[in-house]
Design a protein around this ligand. Structure first.
Ligand SMILES: Nc1ncnc2c1ncn2[C@@H]1O[C@H](COP(=O)(O)OP(=O)(O)OP(=O)(O)O)[C@@H](O)[C@H]1O
Ligand SMILES: [Mg+2]
Length: 603
């Protein structure tokens, strides 16, 4: 637990630690007020049960003469004083509760924002080894479980611990023997219960992260492959698996909550046994009614506070144990996100474009994906002139998309360098270089949002330039469809992943999105392969008409489109085999010639 407390502590900034220290102070103050509340009842009980105290106790005599009160007035005074302390205590408790709520939710906000930013800021190379599900689950579920199940219980335990210890300290002062017995009983009871259920809680808790990842994957798989499920009629496979996991999780929750709550029932019974035993014990020990009333009162009030506090420590501890396996899984990311967050704040969005007027140069560039041993590209030296129409061609899986991802800095080369107009690309100017690029991906994401927001994806609605949206939609040959066929025109929602659109319409929205930022270089990765030839030609010629002197890089399997290229880069089996105009490649490269022949045969 100490090790975990250190881990928890390492997640917070200095300011947050100060706030947490204040939270512990409020718990301490609350514990002290509990103590004072209990102590304040003592004089009241004492004078009610024994009026001799009024005559003998020098403090009471002093107060009585100072306030000039009679016997009834004095009782009223102590009653009001005690009640006032109880009210102050409750008000303070309300404040402490508010502060805890405020702080725990602020921490929730801060940790969530940090971890989200941490994931979003990771490189594309990092992201291709993670699934969006996995990240969604980490940001939402695991992070929540870690905060609500481990971080907050850790601090709540602290508060309960202070209250319990201070009340036990008072009781030890009142009667060390009885209190000693009480401490031994309560501690033994909870230690026994904790030990007994430790293994079970760990076992139940270990299933929590497994449950989250399995059901997230299953849900994602099922809903994304719904067309396939309907055709194969195999939805029962998904429902059965989900049902099994959900039932196991629900039962684990029941057991966890039962383990957490059960001791309270036992302890409340034990408390009453204690109170009755006290009365009998005090009668036998003191044979003095007033003393008995006083002590029983103090013990009853103290126990009324101690039992919920002790139970609180225990139930928070079970939460902590239950969610610890989940916390352990997310802890490294929470820690890393904190460091990253402190290093740089939300980055500037107004990045200027890096000059790109002459050429892109690859020098001895090699690359392999993290999870593979074989290099896709090795020692490549390629020059691409700016302002030209570049075609990239090669068989499926030869490395075309990887090549483009490397040029634009989405993937980091394993070795070698990329120069833009002679300037080496590094982490300082990478963002400036990317500003030049409009990339139409081979497979794209569509938000369940309006056409406008899908074209200007990632831009605040208020900052979207609607004239530009119309302009790029026109260039992409989709404006006619939007304006004449859709009732809400640019405000039409297109469904999850563009479900309400055809593949060709989605491709044209995609092209419009890439053109929106006025790129210097437009990359079309099989970007028009769902279009009929006529629309395809219209889209391409319209891009050329509107982006004069800009670089257009087109990955395509359609040889007819390559004939107009200023330069073709032919990639074969992870290597740039040839570069040049269509006719010269036909003469010098037999593989290219074969590819062209096959392509003509197909068409
Ligand atoms: N994230 C990845 N991890 C490991 N290998 C990968 C990864 N992405 C792609 N590859 C491999 O790299 C090679 C080149 O892939 P790439 O996507 O660049 O091919 P491509 O020429 O664009 O193919 P296509 O015409 O089918 O789109 C393939 O063999 C592929 O299996
Ligand atoms: Mg590809």
């Amino acid at each position: 637990m100490i090790k975990d407390l250190k881990k928890i502590n390492s997640l917070f900034s200095k300011k947050e630690k100060r706030k947490l220290a204040f939270l512990s102070f409020t718990h301490f103050a609350s514990g002290m007020l509990d103590l004072i509340g209990v102590v304040s009842i003592a004089p009241f009980l004492a004078i009610v049960s024994n009026d001799a105290i009024l005559k003998n106790n020098e403090w009471i005599i002093k107060i009585k003469s100072f306030l000039d009160l009679d016997y009834k007035g004095l009782i009223l005074f102590f009653a009001i004083a005690s009640l006032s302390l109880i009210i102050i205590n409750q008000l303070f408790k309300f404040f402490a509760h508010w502060y805890q709520l405020y702080l725990s939710n602020s921490l929730w906000h801060s940790l969530h924002s940090k971890i989200f930013k941490y994931y979003v800021d990771q490189s594309y190379g990092w992201h291709i080894h993670k699934t969006s599900n996995e990240l969604l689950e980490r940001v939402q579920i695991k992070c929540n479980a870690a905060i609500a199940g481990v971080l907050i219980p850790a601090f709540t335990i602290l508060g309960f611990l202070i209250t319990t210890i201070s009340l036990f300290a008072l009781l030890i002062y009142v009667d060390p023997f009885i209190t000693g017995l009480l401490v031994v009983c309560v501690c033994t009871f909870y230690i026994f219960v904790t030990k007994k259920f430790k293994k079970k809680l760990n076992e139940l808790g270990s299933f929590v992260p497994t449950y989250f990842s399995k059901t997230f994957n299953l849900t994602d798989q099922a809903f994304k492959s719904i067309k396939d499920i309907k055709i194969k009629n195999n939805s029962s496979f998904y429902s059965k698996t989900f049902n099994f996991l959900a039932k196991k999780y629900a039962m684990s929750q029941v057991t966890h909550n039962l383990i957490s709550a059960a001791p309270r029932v036992c302890l409340e019974i034990v408390t009453y046994i204690f109170i009755f035993s006290f009365i009998i014990f005090f009668i036998l020990k003191y044979e003095n009614f007033s003393h008995m009333v006083l002590l029983t009162g103090i013990y009853a009030f103290s126990l009324q506070k101690i039992i919920p506090a002790a139970q609180g420590i225990y139930s928070q501890y079970t939460d902590y144990k239950y969610y610890k396996p989940t916390f352990d899984k997310i802890y490294p990311d929470l820690l890393a996100s904190k460091d990253k967050f402190e290093e740089k704040n939300f980055g500037a969005t107004n990045v200027s474009k890096l000059d790109f007027k002459e050429r892109i140069e690859l020098k001895n560039l090699s690359f392999r994906y993290q999870n593979t041993k074989k290099f896709i590209f090795e020692n490549e030296n390629v020059k691409i002139s700016a302002g030209q129409f570049i075609g990239i061609v090669g068989k499926s899986g030869s490395g075309k998309t990887t090549f483009v991802d490397l040029i634009i800095g989405l993937l980091d080369p394993s070795s070698g360098e990329i120069l833009i107009d002679g300037k080496k690309i590094n982490s300082n100017n990478l963002e400036n270089w990317k500003k030049n690029i409009g990339y139409v991906f081979q497979s794209s994401f569509f938000a369940d949002d309006t056409i406008t927001n899908n074209i200007a994806l990632g831009i605040n609605e208020k900052e979207i330039d609607f004239n530009k949206i119309e302009k790029v939609a026109k260039i992409a040959q989709i404006s006619d469809f939007i304006e004449s066929k859709l009732p809400l025109k640019y405000n039409t929602i297109i469904g999850e992943d563009g479900a309400f659109l055809s593949e060709g319409q989605k491709q044209r929205i995609n092209i419009a999105r890439a053109l929106y930022n006025d790129p210097e270089m437009i990359i079309l990765d099989e970007a028009t392969n769902s279009l009929d030839s006529e629309t395809e030609n219209l889209v391409i010629s319209s891009i050329f008409k509107n982006f004069i002197n800009k670089t257009v890089v087109m990955i395509t399997h359609k040889v007819s489109l390559l004939q107009n290229c200023d330069q073709i880069i032919f990639i074969e089996d992870g290597s740039v085999k040839s570069q040049g105009k269509f006719d010269s490649l036909m003469h010098e490269n037999s593989s290219f010639k074969k590819l062209v022949a096959e392509s003509f045969k197909k068409n």
